[in-house]
Design a protein around this ligand. Structure first.
Ligand SMILES: [Zn+2]
Ligand SMILES: [Zn+2]
Length: 245
């Protein structure tokens, strides 16, 4: 791999294609010349052509320009897929558009690349612009969705439900026992006399009457000039009294 200075990387990329072609042609001509002496014109041409063709398209053209990080000293291939710092375009056609050249989508030329080894900026120009730098595509880590064990979940739910029901049953039983025990201890309620029953009834009815009177008075006081509203509200109180009978 060819390692170049980051400051001259862009020029190297610009010159890469002509240099590649020139090299291939030189190799073809040299081979053709040498092979002509052995095989004659046509076979020499064919062999030299195939050799130069393979050299060009399968090796020289595919060869990536490399740079060395001035901070950590590690080697970086410039055909690493990258994200453009201007519009966050994703560049994957990196043989034709490496980060030392320009963005395939918006055409911006990165002034720096964030080293994917040490995160420091590697500048391609002397102005050392620290913003809008290119950086390596961080492939999102595909997190495996946590598969819920539905059977275990169902069993858990059923267990919980069962525990709740058993608890409720226990509480009901205990309450029942308490009630029974109390009933045994407490003497049965004394039967009321006719006098006491009437007294209770009378007090209840009079209490209702008193409450109704107070409400009637309050309604009159609140709506002295609104006979319609008064009538409506008195009607409600009277209905309540009827329900109490
Ligand atoms: Zn580095
Ligand atoms: Zn871009």
């Amino acid at each position: 791999m060819q390692t170049v200075d980051p400051l001259s990387a862009r020029q190297w990329f610009t010159w890469k294609e002509p240099i590649t072609w020139a090299s291939s042609i030189v190799v073809f001509m040299f081979l053709f010349f040498v092979l002509t002496l052995v095989f004659g014109g046509l076979p020499a041409f064919i062999i030299a052509f195939i050799a130069a063709f393979c050299l060009h398209f399968f090796y020289l053209d595919k060869r990536a320009i490399g740079i060395e990080c001035p901070h950590c000293g590690k080697y970086i291939e410039t055909n690493t897929p990258w994200i453009c710092g201007y519009k966050q375009c994703r560049n994957e056609n990196v043989d034709d558009f490496p980060f030392i050249y320009r963005c395939e989508h918006c055409g911006a030329e990165p002034k720096a690349y964030k080293c994917h080894h040490c995160d420091s900026l590697i500048f391609f120009t002397k102005d050392q612009l620290r913003i809008n730098y290119a950086q390596c595509v961080n492939l999102p880590v595909k997190s495996e969705p946590v598969k819920k064990d539905q059977t275990a979940e169902k069993i858990g739910k059923q267990d919980e439900e069962k525990r709740d029901l058993l608890h409720e049953l226990d509480v009901t039983k205990i309450k029942g026992n308490i009630k029974e025990a109390k009933a045994k201890i407490e003497p049965p309620p004394k039967k009321k006399t006719a006098f006491e029953e009437l007294e209770e009834y009378y007090k209840g009815m009079m209490g209702n009457e008193d409450a109704a009177k107070k409400w009637h008075a309050a309604i009159d006081a609140e709506f002295p000039n609104d006979p319609v509203e008064r009538e409506k509200r008195h009607g409600v109180v009277e209905q309540w009294m009827i329900n109490k009978l």
